[in-house]
Each structure stands twice: as structure tokens, then as C-alpha cells.
Ligand binder design. Structure first.
Ligand code: CP
Length: 313
């Protein structure tokens, strides 16, 4: 199949074939990153705006590097030093940036739906880099890419997502991507943060951590999203850590080849014992590496690329 979308706004609206096409394109770009010359000219002459209205380390940096590797010009919009501070609206901000001939807008915003909103009136492409608690599509794509690389398949894989599901855009995008590709997804965490409602998305909810991790091929840990919680969802960090944190006792009960994943940023000592985050079974930094290939693929596809064959020529 060929890619025919101008934007990447979410995973929910993608078909399984579209997700597979992004993953195959990312694999081709990962090969490009092993070459002595890591740049390709596919976005030469295009302008990419990194519009992050929320903090980011991994996503912002890897989108910037992805655009550079594709030979685009990149502007990192600094919200704190911009006219946002004087009350300019998001709509006016992006329309002014488009008046400077920007082609691709990568947006992170605390409001769910912000990328969809700007995609309605911009002529260029929009890529969602995380909108509130709604979706973080490229994080899910790099997570699935890493699982596929390490396990060789997604269909039938047992993936446990552990932690703050309610406020997590990473969880939502992962659930959509994994269930579309045939994985068995289990969600676990405090009942206040893992409502049974999530079962409607095609996954299983349990509050028994030992059972959730026993048969997992992948354990994806999520941080407590304090910035989005509007009330106290559990008594204390210590209690959360002792009931749901991944410690050595729990690790010993998992499959010996279960992957440990985390989208970052990690709160060491809360959702995971610090040394486990750095152990052999942890692929946390490989996720970051794969994020570059995935974001190169997304920028290439939304700007008119059709698929991996064009890159490997
Ligand atoms: N995983 C993730 O989105 O990290 P950043 O907030 O650092 O981009």
C-alpha cells in the first residue's frame, strides 16, 4: 500500500496496514542512520516548525534531528520567548508561521485536540507530538517498532502497560497500535488510575500486579503524570511504589526474556527501581534511538513520501 495522509494526528484513525507501512519505512531509515553519511535529501527545501508548548527532551530533540537528517530547515519555536506570552492565540501563531512558508508543524500541547484543531485550517502538514492526555502517536510507533525489532512479531505478544493509564497519552496510543496489530494488552495500576472503561478499547484491566507481569513478553512502565492529575489519586508515592513499582522481587517473577520499556522521563525509585531501568533487559535507550527512525519516517510520509521502497533505491 501507499501512504496518502497529509497529517499524523493519532493512531486511532490509522489502519493496521498504515501502521505497518510507517514501521517498514522507519526500518529503512534506521538503515540510513548506519551509513557513513546519515543524511538524505528527501525534505530538501522544506521548513519544519517544532512547536512545543509543553516541555520535552526526547520528542523535540529527535524530531529536530529527524528533520535535519532529511535535509529540511528546522525552526524550534520557543513558546516562553514568543508572543504567546502577550496573549496571541494558537491559531494566530501558526497562521503567522505558515505565512513564513512553513511546511510541517510538529505540535505538543497540553490541550487534547490541539493538533486536530490546527490541521483544520493549515495548508501544511501537522504531526501530533503529544496532546494532553489524548495521544502521543510517534511514541507508540517507536514502542511498537522496538517490540517488533526485539521480539520479531506483535501479533499474539503479551504486553502489560503498568502505571498511570488514565492521564497517559502514551498508554492510549499504545493500546490503539498494539490492539490493531493483534497484541494482547493488559493494563495494571491503582484502580483510580486504571478505570475498567479501558476494556472497551480491547484490552484487559487487572489490579493484581503479580498476575499482570507473570506472562508478559513486554512490560511498559508509565510515570505518574502529576502535571495532569486534578486530584490526589493514591495516598503517597511510597505506597504507589511499594504496590505497583517494578522492584527485584517482582522482576524475578517475570519471564526471563520479558522486555522492560519506559517512554521517559523516568522517576527513578517510583515506578521502577533505578538499577532495573539500566539492566540488560531494559530497552529504554533503544526506544529513544528508534524514535529517530520513526520520526524520520513520519516526516517523510506526511510530506508526500509513499513508502520504504523510495528510500532504499
Ligand atoms: N516520551 C516523551 O514524550 O518524552 P519527552 O517528554 O521528553 O518528549
Amino acid at each position: 500500500m501507499n501512504w496518502n495522509r497529509r497529517h499524523l494526528l493519532d493512531i486511532e484513525s490509522l489502519s493496521a496496514d498504515e501502521i505497518r507501512l510507517i514501521l517498514e519505512t522507519a526500518k529503512a531509515f534506521k538503515e540510513v542512520s548506519t551509513r557513513p553519511i546519515k543524511k538524505v535529501p528527501v525534505l530538501r527545501g522544506k521548513t519544519v516548525i517544532n512547536l512545543f508548548i509543553e516541555p520535552s527532551t526526547r520528542t523535540r530533540t529527535s524530531f529536530e534531528l529527524a528533520a535535519i537528517r532529511l535535509s529540511a530547515d528546522v525552526i524550534n519555536f520557543n513558546a516562553e520567548a514568543s508572543s504567546f506570552r502577550k496573549g496571541e492565540t494558537l491559531r494566530d501563531t501558526v497562521r503567522n508561521l505558515e505565512a513564513l512558508n512553513a511546511d510541517i508543524f510538529i505540535i505538543r500541547h497540553s490541550a487534547a485536540g490541539a493538533p486536530h484543531f490546527i490541521a483544520r485550517f493549515l495548508k501544511g502538514s501537522v504531526v501530533n507530538a503529544g496532546d494532553g492526555a489524548h495521544e502521543h502517536p510517534t511514541q507508540a510507533l517507536l514502542d511498537v517498532f522496538t517490540m517488533l525489532e526485539k521480539k520479531g512479531r506483535i501479533e499474539g505478544l503479551n504486553v502489560t502497560i503498568l502505571g498511570d493509564i488514565l492521564y497517559s497519552r502514551v498508554a492510549r496510543s499504545n493500546i490503539w497500535a498494539l490492539t490493531k496489530l493483534g497484541a494482547n494488552v493488559t493494563l495494571c495500576g491503582p484502580s483510580t488510575l486504571v478505570p475498567k472503561e479501558f476494556e472497551k478499547m480491547g484490552c484487559r484491566v487487572t489490579y493484581n500486579i503479580d498476575e499482570a507481569i507473570a506472562n508478559a513478553d513486554v512490560i511498559n512502565l508509565l510515570r505518574i503524570q502529576h502535571e495532569r492529575q486534578r486530584k490526589t489519586m493514591f495516598p503517597s508515592i511510597n505506597e504507589y511504589s511499594s504496590l505497583f513499582g517494578l522492584n527485584y522481587e517482582r522482576l524475578a517473577k517475570t519471564k526471563p526474556d520479558a522486555l522492560i520499556m519506559h517512554p521517559g522521563p523516568i522517576n527513578r525509585g517510583v515506578e521502577i527501581v533505578s538499577e532495573i531501568a539500566d539492566c540488560e533487559r531494559s530497552v529504554i535507550l533503544e526506544q529513544v534511538t528508534n524514535g529517530l527512525a520513526v520520526r524520520m519516517a513520519v516526516l517523510f510520509l506526511v510530506s508526500g513520501g509513499k513508502g520504504p521502497r523510495e528510500i532504499l533505491q
